[in-house]
Design a protein around this ligand. Sequence first.
Ligand SMILES: Cc1cc2nc3c(=O)[nH]c(=O)nc-3n(C[C@H](O)[C@H](O)[C@H](O)COP(=O)(O)O)c2cc1C
Length: 107
Amino acid sequence: MKFPRLCVAPMMGWTDRHCRYFHRLLTRYTWLYTEMVTTSTLLYGDAARHLAFDQSEHPVALQLGGSKLNELADCAKRGEAAGYDEINLNCGCPSARACSAARSAQR
Ligand SMILES: Cc1cc2nc3c(=O)[nH]c(=O)nc-3n(C[C@H](O)[C@H](O)[C@H](O)COP(=O)(O)O)c2cc1C
């Protein structure tokens, strides 16, 4: 597959696995992103549920939010092991909800 020209942006509250599955049904020619997943969610929550995706979603990127480098590195490895095609770090985005959830790089 050629590198897609179109990406569906990561959107908390929207781009969960069901939404991404639907987007993939619409087209093969887009890169999909998860909602932002915080490092705390993966390290202390139900990581299996938050990392799950359908194989049809490829290519799909995991977006991580967090501010501790060691935790981001750990979660990036978990994402790679889960089979994601890209690990995307949220270093600041226009969504106030995403920023407050991540306490991400801008703080
Ligand atoms: C409801 C909503 C949730 C969003 N959640 C995230 C997010 O989790 N991570 C992120 O990087 N950006 C998030 N964004 C920002 C979008 O990814 C995108 O950057 C923004 O909508 C601007 O896109 P545009 O320049 O194509 O209009 C969110 C935006 C919206 C509207």
